[in-house]
Write a protein of this length. Structure first.
Length: 357
């Protein structure tokens, strides 16, 4: 059996609005990756991470049909060609891999084993690593909690049996990675939850768990009416269109959240954009020179001189290496400049490409 952790690329990502954890796993040798419980609004972030780590996303997995956020699975399929996986129990559209118990989802030389864990919803799945050291539990088993059972065909008796038979049967040292946590807890272990989970741990019996879950008294998720229908389309918008992207140029968002544009595109579209140089005046006569026609406003003066920033065309910002200009784009965006991007790599990259200055 493969050592699942050897040469495994792993990232735990977070969506603050819905308190959702998204997990990226990739095989280091083949660069094939999968993404678990991605969020529609975090699409740019996730695509940027895949690009920066040079990974090929082969499949997106959703642990269940979420009620508190819309999945990014359909968007990922449009962007990178990944397949969409979801429980076969849901009457969902756009599913490429309808999953059932004991299926395997492969990425590179690795695989996750599928365990059906219904109860929170009828189609909940958990994903277990081949060596049973990791389990992605969705909303079935949370850190010191369990998913609510009061909508989407949820049933506390079913959930009790799913957790006991499919999850607490795993080794004590197996790490639990849930789909949500509202207190900042990132993970747990099977052994911890078996002992300390207040809903199902210790000597809890089925009637204890059912009584607990039936009396939670939680309000329904605010996004319930929007999220569930959208997730039964795997996140495809009702109009079938992807969200609008900048039309003025090939702008990409980095994993750090910066908007960038390639210097060679800027060089060939100089008449279509304004250029803002945020270096100091002394640097303009230094080794890198300056771009003809660029407006110069040093970064430390930018906030006080925003009225001087040209806004009749999209704006590209440059400095020596692209670091100061990246911050400048953030300042400008907060000031209401919507069509703005950093010249990736700055003038260092510009000169490496042999572009005119």
């Amino acid at each position: 059996m493969i050592d699942f952790h050897a040469h495994l690329i792993f990232r735990q990502l977070f969506d603050q609005v819905s308190s959702t954890y998204t997990y990226l796993l990739a095989d280091e040798s083949t660069r094939e990756a999968l993404l678990i419980d991605c969020v529609f609004e975090q699409h740019e972030r996730d695509v940027a991470l895949l690009r920066e780590l040079d990974l090929k996303l082969v499949v997106t997995l959703d642990t269940h049909c979420h009620a508190d956020h819309v999945t990014g699975a359909w968007l990922m399929k449009q962007a990178v060609g990944s397949r969409v996986a979801l429980s076969a129990r849901y009457p969902a559209r756009n599913v490429d891999l309808p999953l059932t118990h004991a299926d395997k989802v492969h990425f590179g030389a690795r695989a996750l084993h599928v365990r059906e864990t219904p109860g929170h919803t009828e189609g909940c799945l958990s994903f277990v690593s081949e060596d049973q050291t990791l389990v992605f539990t969705g909303d079935a088993l949370l850190v010191r909690g369990a998913g609510r059972t009061d909508f989407q065909q949820g049933d506390p008796t079913t959930l009790f049996r799913s957790i006991r038979e499919q999850l607490l049967s795993l080794p004590d040292a197996c790490t639990i990675l849930p789909a949500h946590d509202y207190e900042g807890r990132t993970s747990s272990t099977i052994g911890e939850e078996r002992r300390y989970n207040p809903r199902i741990g210790g000597d809890a019996r089925e009637e204890d768990f059912v009584g607990y879950m039936k009396n939670l008294g939680l309000p329904h998720p605010k996004q319930l009416g929007v999220a569930v229908p959208a997730n039964l389309r795997c996140g495809e918008p009702e109009n079938g269109l992807s969200p609008a992207v900048p039309a003025w140029g090939p702008v990409v968002t980095t994993y750090a959240g910066m908007r960038e544009i390639a210097p060679d595109w800027v060089a060939s579209h100089r008449d279509d954009v304004n250029v803002l140089d945020v270096r100091t005046p002394a640097e303009l006569s230094g080794e890198f020179g300056y771009l003809d026609g660029a407006r110069c406003i040093p970064l430390d003066e930018l906030r006080s001189r925003l009225s001087e920033v040209p806004r009749d065309k999209p704006l590209v910002v440059v400095c020596q290496t692209g670091k100061r200009s990246a911050l400048a784009t953030v300042i400008l965006a907060r000031a209401g400049v919507t069509q703005v991007a950093n010249v990736a790599g700055g003038l260092v990259r510009w000169r490496e490409l042999g572009l005119p200055s």
